[in-house]
Design a protein around this ligand. Structure first.
Ligand SMILES: Nc1nc2c(ncn2[C@@H]2O[C@H](COP(=O)(O)OP(=O)(O)OP(=O)(O)O)[C@@H](O)[C@H]2O)c(=O)[nH]1
Ligand SMILES: [Mg+2]
Length: 300
């Protein structure tokens, strides 16, 4: 996990090994660090911010000559990422849900095409079920061929019912009626799947606004594919502008992604990363652990 980032960072660190800290060393390193961050999917804007903060930190440090630049660099970057993602450490998906009223809770999943929304819903349904929650899945993707069958198949495998209408039905109506149904039947949570959409899909983006308005979900989760790299910058911007979101789930972390996308999105919105998708099985949804991330990216 995050091997490229870790190895790249190690190379940078090796260059300054045994050098005493001074600003000259840092200035020499600056461009290389910037390039390294950008190559690892940290957006340029964020990479520049990281560097300017680390730099100003160095400027204010009273140098202890026994310290090596390497330690300052590592510690500053760790501190920066931990601070940036502190919201992810503080917030918990299940706690967030129950802090927002009473059941049935509704969770709306939004995101670009093929990022893993439906799979993530199935994984999260599995987690809910294991906690003893009564879960309902709602198929508000009435657009893509096979979308309804895909959700039904997960429902059957998990022993969880699926609320659905026909293809072409109004996705907002599916979500709304699913919620009404959940209220009557005393479900705890409704997980609502939506069709993948891109910024060029003007109608689909408008439709998403309607879904959001009509359902008024307890929580909106933006699903992002960590393999999309720096493209998550544009994806998250677009969904934030159109309907907003309360938290993020990154998928395909198992595919040796670089990791910078997580930093970029945290920097932009300070929204919690609730979970990471780390494979194709139902068990492969893990709570985001910031200390694990930082130690994996930067090392001890
Ligand atoms: N390796 C890996 N694959 C994943 C993960 N999450 C999803 N996938 C795969 O990604 C592909 C797309 O997943 P879907 O859940 O259908 O994606 P979607 O966002 O619902 O797609 P659309 O509804 O078409 O927009 C599938 O082959 C999934 O098995 C993950 O965490 N790791
Ligand atoms: Mg889907």
């Amino acid at each position: 996990m995050f091997n490229k980032f870790r190895e790249g960072f190690r190379k940078i660190i090796d260059k300054i090994r045994y050098k005493e800290i001074d600003l000259k060393t840092f200035e020499e390193l600056k461009d290389e660090l910037l390039l390294f961050l950008v190559e690892n999917d940290v957006s340029y804007e964020v990479a520049e911010d990281i560097i300017s903060r680390i730099r100003s930190k160095l400027l204010h440090v009273k140098y202890d000559r026994s310290l090596e630049a390497i330690d300052i660099l590592k510690d500053s970057l760790k501190e920066y990422i931990i601070d940036l993602m502190s919201i992810s450490a503080q917030r918990d998906y299940f706690a967030d849900l129950s802090s927002r009223g009473s059941p049935p809770y509704s969770v709306l999943f939004i995101g670009f095409n093929g990022v893993g929304k439906t799979t993530t819903i199935a994984k999260l349904a599995y987690l809910h079920k294991n906690r003893g929650d009564r879960v309902l899945l709602a198929c508000s993707d009435t657009y893509r061929a096979g979308a309804i069958e895909q959700l039904i198949e997960h429902g059957e495998r998990l022993g969880i019912p699926v609320f659905k209408y026909e293809y072409g039905a109004d996705p907002a109506a599916v979500g709304y009626d699913a919620l009404k149904y959940a209220e009557t039947k005393k479900y705890d949570v409704v997980l609502i799947d939506t069709a993948g959409r891109m910024h060029v899909d003007v109608n689909l983006m408008e439709e998403l606004r309607k879904i959001n308005r009509v359902i008024n979900p307890t929580i909106k989760i933006l699903v992002l594919d960590a393999l999309a790299g720096n493209d998550v910058y544009y994806q998250s911007k677009m969904f934030m502008e159109k309907v907003g979101f309360d938290g993020v789930i990154f998928t395909k972390i198992d595919a040796d992604v670089k990791g910078g996308a997580l930093i970029t999105v945290s920097h932009l919105y300070r929204k919690p990363i609730y979970f990471l998708g780390v494979g194709q099985r139902y068990e492969d949804l893990v709570k985001f652990d910031i200390n694990y991330l930082v130690n994996t990216l930067i090392g001890d």
